[in-house]
Design a protein around this ligand. Structure first.
Ligand SMILES: C[S@@+](CC[C@H](N)C(=O)[O-])C[C@H]1O[C@@H](n2cnc3c(N)ncnc32)[C@H](O)[C@@H]1O
Length: 272
């Protein structure tokens, strides 16, 4: 008999177990990037074959650094907009709300599929100003429940590649049209990243499929009226990556020399 929680997820929702596990492993490392003790505590409470995620101590830091990167960008937005709305798309079991601990002026919405939100309800407290939205991000209906009179941060980490281009563009257009001003922050894979998805253990083992290739900011600027580029950072060039250990630095230097590979994964930031 175990009192751990069983999870039965497949496809895109299952991938959030891989990112959770990566953050848990990172939290236990002496040179932790993210110090996400929430991830470690939740992993300990879930009955799951974590080896199946394909995440190991060697690749965990690359997941943690992506989260760290978006913590930094999100923190910058909240520092300027203490009255913001945050719409955290495809949140999984990520603890960003608790890591950033925004002030009482911020209304924060964590959005993911109902099965994932049910797990969030089990593992996290539900503080004031924090809201859960159990829906596909592509369903236009949930947007009506979000406060829409403030500067708004729309953040999707590890999400865009799971959407079709048509769904992703429609989602971004809907969001930009709904809120008065704000930022879009998300990561993306280019065409090579989508085509080589069979090499991505997390994707393969979850049985999910990647669809939307974003090759450069022009893909967003042309498709989503009202957006203005603030930053575009190939992941291997990000500060967070170069701050990691020697092995990662060597890998980044090699990756940066190969066209297509250099921009395989990128961080995007737009104002609207
Ligand atoms: C790779 S995980 C990333 C989770 C989290 N953002 C993190 O970084 O730990 C992808 C997440 O996107 C969610 N997702 C994918 N497509 C979605 C959709 N159409 N609607 C809502 N959530 C979606 C999955 O359920 C999953 O939680």
């Amino acid at each position: 008999m175990t009192d751990k929680t069983s999870v039965d997820l497949t496809g895109a929702p299952e991938t959030m177990l891989a990112t959770l596990y990566a953050k848990a492993l990172d939290a236990g490392a002496s040179d932790s990037v993210l110090h996400d003790h929430h991830a470690a505590e939740i992993v300990a409470q879930i009955d799951y074959d974590w080896a199946n995620t394909g995440i190991k101590p060697a690749n965990a830091p690359s997941v943690a650094l992506r989260s760290k990167h978006f913590d930094t960008w999100a923190g910058q937005f909240l520092a300027v907009h203490p009255d913001a709305v945050v719409v955290h798309l495809g949140c999984g079991l990520d603890s960003r709300f608790f890591r950033l601990s925004p002030g009482p002026g911020v209304e924060w919405y964590d959005v993911d599929y109902p099965d994932v939100i049910a797990l969030r309800e089990r593992f996290y407290p539900q503080p004031e100003h924090h809201h859960l939205v159990a829906a596909s991000v592509t369903d236009p209906a949930w947007l009506a429940s979000i406060t829409s009179d403030r500067p708004t941060l729309i953040l999707g980490e590890g999400l865009t590649m799971y959407l079709t281009e048509a769904d992703g563009v429609a989602l971004l257009r809907r969001l930009v049209a709904r809120f008065p001003s704000g930022e879009l922050q998300f990561d993306a894979f280019n065409r090579l990243g989508i085509r080589s998805q069979w090499t991505n253990t997390v994707v393969r083992r979850s049985g999910s499929t990647l669809h939307w290739a974003i090759n450069a900011p022009a893909d967003i600027l042309d498709a989503v009226p009202g957006t203005r580029l603030l930053a575009w950072v190939p992941v291997f060039e990000s500060d967070a990556f170069s701050n990691l250990g020697g092995g990662y630095r060597v890998m980044a230097a090699v990756m940066n020399r190969v066209p297509g590979v250099r921009t395989m994964a990128q961080f995007h930031r737009y104002a609207f």
